[in-house]
Design a protein around this ligand. Structure first.
Ligand code: NAP
Length: 240
């Protein structure tokens, strides 16, 4: 059984599809019930759960319901999160809190909620979503801070949960074609084609990434074959 937050769109939806292809039943958690239901409808054994990933009570309730229905949770992939960019002097407390809450508190809350079940099983795979923005991103101090925090979270949790049979890794995607990057094009007043071409040209592999590129690496880290890999941050960015 796998739980994917932010599973209704973009990278999260691709992760749901890929994990389902590999045989997992997937709990698709998203803020918006409709896209989550659309994803779940196409996947055998999947269920849709509407919840705010940054809300402790809502996430814990979803985990309780998934455990009541399936008895175990083997995989957790917290993908939910938003971008709210602004120069630092114009960044509001709300911008700051919304980004930190959706990404960092969201990942922490989900991990805390599934850890008792994974510990009891003596098995678990947690794959967090960082970003190349962890190395720094101008105009998004909230997002860069959150994604660097996710990398630190992966390493700390790997040390803490490894002795219980739980691996914790992160992937750090580069520029991936999703709503998040489409909104980036709009903010800069560029067409999607211009924005994507510029991102591709700045990448060693000369292309932007797809949600499926990320999902493939997440699926490897979430699978049995990655049992001796923990505390790693794997870049999926078309760059060294
Ligand atoms: P996306 O297309 O905007 O999808 C994000 C999904 O997360 C949406 O379904 C959204 O739901 C959901 N979500 C947002 N806040 C939520 C919350 N508080 N609770 C529950 N669900 C929530 O974005 P994406 O590009 O796939 O991003 C997925 C993850 O990859 C994020 O962590 C992002 O930071 C990371 N990432 C993306 C890129 C990239 O280039 N795209 C690069 C590096 C890292 P609604 O639609 O209902 O709002």
């Amino acid at each position: 059984m796998a739980v994917v937050t932010g599973g209704g769109r973009g990278i999260g939806a691709a992760v749901c599809r890929r994990l389902a292809e590999e045989g997992a039943a997937v709990a698709v958690l998203d803020l918006d019930p409709e896209p989550a239901a659309q994803v779940a409808r196409t996947l055998p054994g999947a269920g849709a759960y509407a919840a705010d990933a940054g809300d402790r009570a809502e996430v814990e309730d979803v985990v309780r319901r998934v455990l009541a229905r399936h008895g175990r949770i083997d995989v957790l992939v917290p993908c939910a999160g938003v971008m709210r960019g602004a120069p630092v002097t114009e960044m509001t407390d709300q911008n700051w809190t919304e980004v930190l809450t959706s990404h960092l508190t969201g990942a922490f809350t989900a991990v805390r909620a599934v850890t008792p079940a994974m510990t009891a099983q003596g098995y678990g795979r947690i794959v967090l979503i960082s970003s190349i923005a962890a190395r720094g991103i101008a105009g998004h101090v909230n997002y860069g801070t959150a994604k660097a925090g996710i990398a630190g979270m992966a390493r700390s949790l790997a040390l803490e949960l490894g002795p219980r049979g739980v691996t914790v890794n992160a992937v750090a995607p580069g520029f991936i074609a999703t709503r998040m990057t489409r909104e980036g094009a709009e903010r800069r007043g560029r067409t999607w084609e211009e924005h994507a071409a510029q991102a591709a040209a700045g990448t060693t592999l000369r292309r932007i990434g797809t949600p499926e590129d990320v999902a493939a690496v997440v699926a490897f880290l979430a699978g049995a074959d990655a049992g001796y890999v923990t505390g790693q941050v794997i870049h999926v960015s078309g760059d060294p």
